[in-house]
Design a protein around this ligand. Structure first.
Ligand code: WTA
Length: 706
């Protein structure tokens, strides 16, 4: 239990940040890695120098097969709706499947590892992928789907997911995969937002040793979409075990169909890939923001595919002969870019694992790596922390060998980085810490693995062709090496950048381009820096350290949850008057969510109320958003204008300094809440370790965005 004194010691003031800032040392790639790397010639920096922009990105686009070549590399006539490779036509599915049939028809495109260890991994060759994708494309076409239509997928980590995505891409249909762990309701909102009339799902899948019912979520999704006035005509249900039905919910006559039965009618059919304009949308990927409505990030066909192919080649160092395993979920952007589109565009073998990394024990990932000969491994700090905690010695027991490893999605602590390097990496694999976002399509910050040394805790310099700048609130540049943090922006457009927020173009401009726009009438891209919403510091060596979100987004296990989404879910409970969601430091997941709830007058607080709030969040968003604690408080700390001070609440949850509260309308409530919450937490041994200066900075920025 922490004493008052220990709690006081945990408080770090802003002035101490510079003093406590410890620069980590460099680590170098091995000669063996450098000798085989795709990007080993420093001349590559010349090729992507700023004076070669935008033509430098031809190098990425030339990795693809085009049906017709583009005439304009970058069209800036309608800022900030940039258009890449205008005039060009291509098909993403053709690039990821058909063009590898010649030499690589019998090579595994995908190796799927089912969660139950008793089931063998399934290799799907490029030839077999071609067959499956064509048949499913024929089925979709048979439903009347055409280029430009939207299809929502709510699929787990099974090969049917990339098959569905690629089948859509073959037809020019825009796919929108919703993370399988999201609730049916969350899926329904996204169906309605995208205007999909077809939902692709699965009856069940294995997670943590159980075959869980997933089809039940499809029914919830259809109902939730209907509440928003959107009708789903068809629910296509794949079966985890064809011929058997793993769900307790009934199939709805006329609406729901089993894909394995329907596919019989399309056996052997081939669908010509539709040549799509480079700027035609390929998919939507929903992410959280400062309002409750999720943002459907719209990604292009040509620019996106070129960018993920190029970055997969140079930063993931993927060669056609590699066996590459990214443990992310395909339902997130990392999986789209770096399990499906990037690796398959390069014709490599990409591994897909169905289940929980630590199931049935912490040796599982390393057994998979050993059995399949994985030589490139990609995961998140949350998974690394988890594997380190439950099985720190496990990797040594298995005889796999990685040449390259990636960490993505959240900052990684230097101690955790070191374990990743020494133990899973066996002191030999090069590591890239890749910083980027759903909106970006691909990496923004990373070392080039053979050319730049690694520095634990820093993502490294900007990637090829990306020119960042850090601004303070007033738009003054924060210099590298100044020790000051600011808002990281990208000065130039790049091919992987999303095109717009589906159906919300004004929000797109406002959220990402308004803050530092120099002249809104200008068609010169130099006047339109992209605002990433992350705080960052640049060291004197040019390496960036990403501090976290500056908007109202909480990054849980590398996944962005909007405070407004969490709060509106809590407000669906009738008795709740006010709700505030704040981040709390979490040993494993980086950040967790804590909810603060004020009840309507006359309602008695208690466990039951807290449970109702948790349940509402799980129903609206999914289990991933489950709060660590729900605190029922008599009132929220507020400014005189009535704004809830989330920053102050977050400081309480994290045992940090609440700062100056004298300007609040109700300063006395802060002490009240602090006392209650911290005593409860201390009683449960739930006191966080001392916060790092970065974390203090992040908390101070939290909830400041308007
Ligand atoms: C954070 C995931 C530190 C960041 C690809 C960003 C990171 C948000 C890193 C995007 C990293 C991502 N180091 N922070 N290497 N990578 N982030 O959209 O705050 O799910 O804005 O995309 O995650 O999360 P998203």
């Amino acid at each position: 239990m922490a004493t008052e004194k220990e709690i006081r010691q945990a408080v770090t003031s802003e002035a101490q940040i510079a003093v406590h800032w410890r620069e980590e040392g460099y680590y170098y790639p091995t000669a063996k890695f450098i000798g085989q790397a795709n990007a080993a010639d420093p001349g590559i920096y010349e090729r992507f120098a700023e004076d070669r922009f935008p033509e430098c990105f031809k190098e990425y686009a030339d990795l693809l097969s085009w049906d017709s070549y583009w005439h304009t590399t970058l069209d800036t006539s309608e800022p900030p709706f940039w258009k890449w490779f205008v005039g060009g036509k291509l098909n993403a599915c053709y690039n990821c499947v058909d063009r590898h049939l010649g030499a690589s028809a019998d090579k595994a495109a995908l190796i799927w590892v089912p969660e139950p260890e008793s089931a063998d991994p399934v290799a799907i060759t490029y030839q077999e992928l071609y067959r499956r994708v064509n048949e499913f494309a024929a089925l979709l076409r048979g439903l009347g789907l055409r280029a430009g239509d939207r299809v929502t997928c709510h699929l787990p980590m099974v090969p049917e997911l990339p098959v569905a995505m690629l089948a859509c891409a073959r037809l020019g249909v825009i796919h929108s995969q919703v993370f399988g762990g999201f609730s049916g309701t969350a899926c329904g909102h996204r169906i309605a937002d995208s205007g999909s009339r077809v939902l692709v799902t699965m009856d069940g899948y294995y997670r943590g040793g159980e075959l869980i019912d997933h089809k039940v979520k499809a029914d919830e999704a259809v109902t939730a979409a209907r509440r928003e006035g959107a009708e789903v005509d068809k629910v296509l249900v794949w079966r985890r075990h064809p011929g058997e039905y793993a769900s307790a919910t009934a199939m709805v006559e006329g609406r729901d169909v089993f894909v394995d039965e329907l596919l019989g009618g399309y056996r052997g059919q081939v669908v010509a890939p539709v040549p799509m304009p480079a700027e035609a949308p390929l998919f939507l990927m929903y992410t959280s923001g400062t309002t409750g409505r999720p943002k459907g990030c719209q990604h292009s066909t040509g620019g996106y595919l070129a960018y993920v192919a190029g970055t997969s080649k140079y930063y993931q160092d993927i060669h056609p002969g590699d066996t590459y395993w990214c443990m992310a979920d395909i339902g997130w952007i990392t999986g789209h870019s770096y399990i499906v589109y990037g690796p398959l565009a390069l014709g490599t073998t990409s591994v897909i694992y169905e289940g929980v990394p630590t199931y049935p024990d912490a040796g599982r990932p390393w057994r998979i790596a050993e059995r399949l000969g994985v030589n490139i491994f990609h995961t998140s700090p949350t998974a690394i922390r988890q594997l380190r905690k439950v099985g720190p010695e496990e990797p040594e027991k298995y005889s796999y060998r990685f040449k390259h490893m990636t960490t993505v999605g959240e900052p990684i602590e230097p101690e955790v980085w070191n374990w990743y390097y020494q133990v899973p990496g066996k002191g030999e694999a090069v590591i890239v810490d890749t910083w980027w976002q759903t909106e970006n399509g691909g990496f923004l910050g990373s070392t080039l693995p053979a050319l730049n040394p690694m520095k634990p805790g820093s993502c490294g310099p900007a990637v090829l062709g990306i020119y960042p700048i850090i601004y303070d609130e007033d738009g003054t540049e924060v210099e590298a090496g100044s020790g000051q943090a600011g808002n990281i922006c990208i000065r130039n457009p790049w091919p992987g950048i999303f095109q717009t927020i589906w159906g919300q173009p004004e929000r797109f401009v406002q959220t990402y381009y308004q803050k530092y726009c120099k002249n809104k009438n200008s068609t010169d891209w130099r006047d339109w820096p992209y605002f990433a919403g992350d705080g960052a510091v640049q060291a004197a060596d040019g390496y960036f350290r990403i501090l976290g979100r500056v908007d109202d987004v909480i990054n849980v296990a590398g996944h962005r949850l909007g405070t407004k989404e969490l709060e509106s879910a809590a407000l669906m409970v009738d008795e709740v008057a006010e709700a505030a969601a704040v981040p709390v430091m979490d040993e494993l997941r980086g950040r967790a969510v804590e909810m603060y709830i004020a009840l309507k007058p006359g309602i008695a607080p208690g466990r039951q109320m807290a449970d109702k709030v948790t349940h509402a969040i799980e129903t609206e968003i999914g289990k991933i958003a489950r709060p660590r604690n729900v605190w029922i408080v008599p009132d929220m700390p507020k400014t005189r204008s009535g704004k809830i001070m989330r920053r102050v609440i977050a400081a309480v949850s994290n045992f940090a300094d609440v700062g100056d509260t004298t300007t609040l309308a109700n300063p006395e409530i802060v002490e009240d809440i602090r006392h209650h919450v911290q005593a409860e937490k201390a009683a449960h041994g739930d006191v966080p370790r001392e916060l790092t200066p970065q974390e203090v900075e992040e908390l101070m920025a939290f909830g400041q965005a308007e």
